[in-house]
Design a protein around this ligand. Structure first.
Ligand code: CDP
Length: 223
């Protein structure tokens, strides 16, 4: 039996919460397209840095954002810490967010439907998503995961420094005026602090398929 397939699944959460891995697996399982929207903000920051411009050059950032397309989203070169911090800075510029909106909205309009991972998918980009998940984990656990991931990729990393950078980025993402990081009121929250990816995926899959009691309010039917 093929799994039930919602058209749009929003997966939001802070850095290193496990949202991207979860979102990618959900997309594969439910045969939906997948977009990691963080790459859009990373691509804008990367290009600004490459052009030698300041991350506070709002006009240039907005111009770059308006020209970003699928071809710019190759993760190679977009994962460096400098780009992570830069992405979170350009993501606070309203004109950048506005310029990236239509790409994100159009992405979900493909015939297959889509899983979009980010910070504001359930609140701003697709508040109409059929399923919304907010993935979270303690800051210390997220720092531990990011540190391991960086080291596995050959980037020498110190836990305390990674923790500090995560806190900095969380604070910026949560406090910005436009589309701050926060769970949608109707999001299904998964705390992955004590869960491995298999456990988190099983919970998310059940919710997306509509099998989780907590997932959807049950319709009122006559007894
Ligand atoms: O992978 P990680 O969670 O570390 O970061 P990411 O998802 O690639 O996002 C990088 C930065 O882009 C975040 O810190 C946010 O500031 C910003 N972002 C955003 O504002 N809205 C989104 N939908 C996705 C990312």
């Amino acid at each position: 039996m093929s799994p039930a397939r919602p058209r749009i699944v929003a997966v939001d959460g802070p850095a290193a919460s496990g949202k991207t891995t979860l979102a990618r697996r959900l997309a594969a399982h439910f045969a939906l397209d997948f977009l990691d929207t963080g790459l859009l903000y990373r691509a804008v920051a990367r290009r600004l840095l490459d052009q030698g411009r300041g991350l506070d050059d709002q006009a240039a950032a907005a111009r770059i954002a308006a020209a970003i397309g699928a071809a710019d989203l190759d993760p190679a070169g977009l994962r460096a810490e400098q780009v992570s911090q830069g992405a979170s800075r350009v993501a606070a510029i309203p004109a950048v967010r506005e310029a990236l909106l239509s790409f994100q909205r159009r992405f979900g309009e493909g015939a297959r439907g889509a899983v979009l991972a980010g910070r504001d998918i359930g609140t701003v980009v697709r508040p109409d998503a059929g399923r919304k998940i907010f993935v979270t984990a303690s800051t210390e656990e997220r720092a531990r995961r990011r540190c391991k991931e960086l080291q596995a990729n050959g980037v020498p990393s110190i836990y305390e420094r990674v923790l500090e950078e995560l806190r900095e980025r969380d604070a910026r993402d949560q406090s910005r005026a436009v589309a701050p990081l926060l769970p949608a009121g109707d999001a299904f929250v998964i705390d992955t602090t004590d869960k491995d990816i298999e456990t988190a995926f099983a919970i998310a899959r059940a919710y997306v398929a509509g099998a989780s009691g907590a997932a959807r309010p049950s319709p009122c039917r006559p007894a």
